[in-house]
Design a protein around this ligand. Sequence first.
Ligand SMILES: [Zn+2]
Length: 647
Amino acid sequence: MKIIGELALVGAIASVFIVAARGRAVERAAEEAAGRDYMRNLDEIMSKAKNKKVIASWDYESNITKYNEDRLLQISLELAEEEKEHWKETMSYLWHEYEDQDLKRMFQKYTKLGTSALPEDLNERLINAINNMQSTYAKATICSYSDRTKCDLHVEPEVTDIFATSNDPEELKYTWLEWHKAAGAASKGNFTEYVAMDNEAAKLNGYDSVAEWWLSYYEADDSEDQFAALWAQVKPLYQQIHAYVRRHLRLKYGEDVVPARGPIPAHLLGNIWAQTWNQVEKFTKPYPDKPEIDVTNALRAQNYTALKFFKTAEEFFTSLNLSPMPDLFWERSIIEKPTDGRDMVCHASAWDFYDGEDFRIRQCTTITSEFFKTTHHEMGHIQYYLQYKDQPVVYREGANPGFHEAVGDVIALSVSTPKHLRVMGLLEDGTDDIETNINQLYKMGLEKIVFLPFAYLLDLFRYGVFRGTTSPDEYNCHYWQLREALQGVEPPAPRSEDDFDPAAKYHISADVEYMRYYISYIIQFQFQRSLCQIAGEYVPGDETKLLSNCDIYKNTEAGNALGKMLQLGSSKPWQDAMEALTGQRNMDASGLLEYFAPLHDWLKAENERTGEFVGWEPSTVPFCTAEQRSAMESSGFNTRLKKYASM
Ligand SMILES: [Zn+2]
């Protein structure tokens, strides 16, 4: 009895706890339900706010006037205030305790306020600094080398054209220096202001600096090590291309202009930033007698227009069972440079207006094979927008920033194969022999491989700037130190801190994180390998089914697999999206190395045959002072450089 009585008492106490726990569970479920309602409502409000902001940005960038600038600033500030109010409310929810992982993820994303966390005066300074840099970049003009009274040369198309076509090292050097003066040096003050303000915003979002903020997009604790490991995979291949191109440039311009064992002068690579080297292909082809792979002439001969580029790209996507472009896209996109004399940001871009209907591209198309690919690339962004348009607004972004860039490029990989170009009637029939294949891979390498160190270092540079390990009086020195170490290029003339060369790159002046392009250029080959295996177009070891000649055109199975990954948006960590398509949960350059393996072997043999020195010795062009050099040693800059540059 006693025992029973005791048990009864224990039971009674226990049931009180159970009732209390049940009560708490009911309460929690109610809280979570309230959180869910709140989130649904918030996401809808954000859709409208984002729509309004994107419209103002589009209007400004499409027609750079004082009126549009003021309007954008005013709307940005209004929305920032509004967002901040919502953010405060979001923070009051106990979302950490929710059961629903998806709801938690949405809350977690909405608790990152971004630059709106800044007090209004600081936010205004930030916006002004970025707008000033953008405007300096967009309006920068230089005088022509051959006619110094003609002073209306913009970066697109004039400067780009000079770099693509000129064989005169003096003209190239002059143009390089003038452009960097106009678009670079003029922005240093605004850049310094931007860094200070953006770092304030980072701190208010719980990050030490913007570097940690940007790295958080990659949802891993060791992202920088991952980036470095990818570079270590790719570097040997890059060095072979570098050595091969340097030899040809030396033969063309002489050893006075191109040192045999030094970095390559940055103005000789056919691109003002030396970020892709496609334009040197015409005089460096491995097999010059093989038929031309550049289809620019064919595109012009067949009367391709900007509109036909876009229709052709759309047809590729629909052939994969992916979505056509909606009507509003055709109505509102700007696909050619307007002729009414307005200033416009010409850099190609794709826009999501967050209302599920309005998607646009703005691009100053010219009829070249490069723009043929760019069109597919930009439309890849739109395709991603379309595939995830039914996700909550907070998930309407790439799985990580590199995914977005990779999607269009994956399509372009198929589009630029000889196989596909023949199907399109842009390349004459011929056998797919090994020499044609090496030519094609080499051409791709000048775009895809040489881009990697440039893309990687641009944000290595900014991580240092944001963390304060690169101070304003070291900006240009550290920038060139990175360019020399990673890319093996040197400036065409001595540089100092009176110059500010990073801002002569659009994405620096426009506050666009750039590691996404590095990641994109690696994972697109991971994606391509999987898509091609699904399509049965790539069989390792089969010479007739090379990864580099794989075209997934009209393969709906591959298209469906791609669509599945795209539809996720950022609703799951990127590792899940990666796994959905590739079965891998990590970023890995082995797809890229498989793709380029025949070229890698060929280059090694060729550089050995010619006795070319592989790698580079330090530049003899000064870009750091002796004081700066000793500071780099004592501050740990050099140690970090060795680690991240895999030296
Ligand atoms: Zn893009």
